[in-house]
Design a protein around this ligand. Sequence first.
Ligand code: ASP
Ligand code: MG
Length: 414
Amino acid sequence: MLIVQKYGGTSVGTIERIQNVAKRCVDAAAKGHNIAVVVSAMSGETNRLLKLTAQIQDDPNDREVDVIVSTGEQVSVGLLALAIRKLGGKARSFLGHQVKILTDSTFSRARIVSIDAEPVKAAFAAGEIAVIAGFQGVDEGGSITTLGRGGSDTTGVAIAAALGADACEIYTDVDGVYTTDPNVVPDARKIDRISYEEMLELASLGAKVLQIRSVELGMKYGVPIHVRSSFSDVPGTWVVPEEKEMEQVVVSGVTVAKDEAKITVEDLPDVPGVAAKLLSALADGAIVVDMILQNQSWDGTTDMTFTVPLGDRKRAVEILKGQVPELVGKDGERISWDDDVCKVSIVGVGMRSHAGVAKRMFTVLASENINIQLISTSEIKISVVVAKKYAELALRALHAGFGLHLPPSERGTL
Ligand code: ASP
Ligand code: MG
């Protein structure tokens, strides 16, 4: 078999842990598998490098910043290759440009264009384990790029896709994907199998185990992803194409995201083009708007509420004041905002075929006296915005309310 293993920062955080990873790689290779290993920087290293650069300038979208922050992974691959060799294995390290992970030139969050699998295949042919630096790539002009925080997951899945690997194992410090954050809800359960689509929603809605982009790639190329712990041998969570039985489970997971803010603009004229104008101003400022809600108009005016990343809230208000004063008032007097909100979501492919999911969600929240400020739905998720102080309470109540502490077969129907 051909297996790609990806190890995160905590799994390679010390020399001892790197030796532990080396042992896993050597053991897997001894079973006759071809192994490509993708590694992150040692834990804390990328943050340390970013802090160094921030002392000189704080714009991360810069060629030189990527030159600096990509070095953490260079150290990891070298150390791991040495550790494998010490155990009697054969290994060769590769930096992003040496496997030719070609990306666009969006520094700090580049997207992969193509990968040249030949150097890795040559390593396999020589009986070597290929040790590949995560997170980094190279653009057309030869500049080093990086793939965004958590980008080594994406490197792992992309390499697996390029090699046509049988699986991409993502080794991390938790033993899989849970029904919710086990730090908040102690009886959260590990999920055995989950569809790409659900995982994509969970990752976008606050679950931090996998970088979103890696799930997108896995889905696009059909790479089975196995999220598991580097500290044990227990099976983790498989992220795979949707299976028939998955529809039986109404809700697979509950998440909370605390990094959004809510903005409301009151008394907008209820005529064509207003929403386009307002949202264009934000889009031109590269602000990503998430939920959007517009009220029914009774008197020719309407209110619009939307959410933006918390870190962009201030800039969003400034942009609206500057770009569309005719809509928001010259001093922005029609704009109000709330930074103390969170988005709580339930996700499950079973929602497509089960009625009453929203009813259950809202009933559970009501029974805890949690006021719902905004609602948005897709085919497989329902999200609500509530006051941030209810984040944990809402998570616990919904987890229990949908019986997620029980094995899927015992959850019953609604
Ligand atoms: N080292 C990079 C980061 O911390 C990439 C990764 O670990 O996935 O974001
Ligand atoms: Mg990670």
